[in-house]
Write a protein that binds this ligand. Structure first.
Ligand code: ADP
Ligand code: MG
Length: 256
């Protein structure tokens, strides 16, 4: 079975999608067959990987129309990288699951099939909890929480960790959790204060990699080209490389 990493934080704009795109591309470049599962209705991971989301059957096609996995996963940029958008009928997914509870079992089977078909699956979670992200989070071997270096982040992190604990008690796996600081600006005193607070309260969970604020990361996403490919030497990409190694190490520890 592949290693499933959820990238989650119920706060929006903290760097979840940017992390999913760049980590996913780096993992694929190491020869690991990698799928980014875009669980956000906005589909930013899909468009950030240069794939048009409007006309794709996606996860909704698998769940509601019996499409096949091989047909719905979209290849992008390098041999081992794929993205699976929510798909054309995405807005119907949660409603259909609510009215047909058996679809939940089908969804879990689909997640298992996905984990079996890829070496790495990155879940780009939406900035809200709901049936679909909760079900996906329960499948994760590891949850990575990007935390933006700004004032209200710590409150949000505490709430997020509590929520994950609740999900885990009702779920089948107990995934490990890591926190990664994003959009760090060394010249900004406030950024450093937030970093110090997170280190003080959450140090066992904190990744060593710190993602700097780097305009290259946002420019590439807007162009639909992963920064890893467009600007491999950039500070942002180097930080994501460090994060990718840390996540690979977590996988090794889990395999022991
Ligand atoms: N390290 C970074 N440096 C500069 N801009 C960033 C960085 N990470 C994310 N961004 C930008 O911040 C915005 C929110 O990031 P995004 O990854 O979409 O967050 P989320 O998925 O949590 O909503 C986007 O415009 C993105 O390009
Ligand atoms: Mg996002």
């Amino acid at each position: 079975m592949g290693f499933v990493v959820a990238i989650a934080n119920h706060k929006g704009g903290v760097g979840k999608t940017t992390s999913a795109i760049n980590l996913g591309t780096l993992l694929a470049l190491t020869g690991r067959k990698t799928l980014i599962l875009d669980l956000d209705l906005q589909g930013n991971a899909t468009s950030g990987l240069g794939v048009r989301k409007e006309d794709k059957p996606g996860l909704a096609g698998l769940l509601l129309d019996n499409a096949s996995l091989a047909d719905v996963a979209c290849p992008c940029y390098c041999d081992d990288l794929f993205v699976l958008p929510l798909g054309r009928r995405s807005s119907a997914i949660e409603e259909e699951i609510r009215s047909q509870p058996l679809l939940m079992e089908k969804l879990e089977t689909i997640f298992d099939q996905i984990a079996a078909a890829w070496d790495y699956v990155l879940l780009d979670c939406p900035p809200a909890f709901g049936i679909l992200p909760n079900a996906a989070l329960r499948q994760a071997n590891y949850t990575c929480i990007p935390v933006q270096c700004e004032f209200f982040s710590i409150e949000g992190l505490t709430a997020m960790l509590k929520r994950l604990q609740e999900l885990q008690t009702s779920g089948s796996r107990t995934p490990r959790t890591g926190v990664v600081l994003t959009m760090y600006t060394s010249s900004d005193e406030h950024s450093s204060q937030v970093m110090a607070e997170v280190q003080r309260h959450f140090s066992p969970l904190l990744h060593k990699a710190v993602i700097p604020r780097d305009p290259v990361l946002s420019q590439s996403t807007a162009l639909g080209i992963p920064a890893v490919i467009q600007a491999p030497e950039s500070r942002g990409v180097r930080a994501y490389l460090e994060l990718a190694w840390e996540i690979l190490n977590h996988e090794k520890q889990e395999a022991r």
